[in-house]
Design a protein around this ligand. Structure first.
Ligand code: MG
Length: 256
């Protein structure tokens, strides 16, 4: 099943099931409760896609690909490096990423994002994937020059709109074996496979859930491969993970 969240021309926000022909069957509520399909069918062309989920927290993993840790000349971590992005960092497919005036180096980070489907507390690794609604593309946008200044990474990674997600959530993929790629203006920048993750999705869910309850809609962004670099105003950045479509955003001048 592939889920989308969208804005209709009448201003209503709805969830739906995205079919292969790009038609959308509208859901009565959300995918996080008993799913009730309505009779109504719309299509991708008629709606504006939003971030496919509203989250209470996005738990992000740093240095989770061997090659990315080597790029930063950091030792392979023995336990996951964790930080959190706020709900205000959510961004939608085709939504603008504003280049902060206080930064001079703005990076993309292609990441597989896990969307939690059910409340999840102290789960074992073997049961962890039962709590997942599905997976989507994420871009862990980072003001790289502000990162060393802030030992907690919070400032550099938490500007409004610094977590584009989408275009849809799919439960039809194997999170442990997906090609992952990023492009800027059509030029390939990152290329790897989630099989290179140091800490796998099931381990991460179990590990995080032992510290904090994961709520329906919460996101775990699993880290980025090597090949990060800067973006400029006017650039178009794409994240593409096998089976999860293409997440596209443009860099724009920050509004005052
Ligand atoms: Mg990251």
């Amino acid at each position: 099943m592939r889920y989308v969240r969208f804005l209709r021309s009448n201003g209503e926000i709805k969830y739906g099931i995205l079919h292969k022909d790009n038609s959308i069957q509208v859901l009565l509520g959300t995918p996080f409760e008993k799913r009730v399909l309505t009779e109504e069918i719309t299509s991708l062309e008629k709606v504006t896609l939003l971030s496919p989920v509203e989250f209470s927290k996005a738990v992000c993993i740093g240095l989770n690909y061997r090659d990315h840790a080597e790029e930063f000349k950091k030792p392979i971590p023995k336990s996951p490096v964790i930080f959190i992005k706020p709900s205000t960092s959510a961004n939608r497919p085709n939504g603008p990423i504003y280049y902060p005036e206080m930064s001079h180096r703005l990076d993309y980070e292609a990441e597989l994002a896990v969307v939690i489907g059910e409340r999840c507390h102290k789960v074992e690794e073997k049961d962890a994937l039962d709590y997942v609604l599905g997976y989507t593309n994420a871009n862990d946008v980072t003001a790289r020059d502000l990162q060393p200044v802030d030992g907690q990474w919070t400032l550099s990674k938490c500007f409004d709109g610094f977590l584009p997600l989408g275009p849809y959530i799919s439960d039809e993929v194997d999170p442990d074996n997906l090609k992952i790629e990023s492009r800027v203006n059509g030029v390939k920048k990152q290329e790897s496979n989630t099989s290179n993750l140091i800490f796998k999705v099931s381990y991460l869910i179990s590990y995080i859930s032992k510290a904090m309850t994961l709520l329906p809609g919460d996101v775990i962004s699993t880290g980025t491969p090597d090949g990060i670099s800067g973006m400029q105003i006017g650039d178009e950045v794409e994240i593409e993970i096998e089976g999860l479509g293409i997440l596209k955003n443009k860099i724009e001048k920050e509004k005052r």
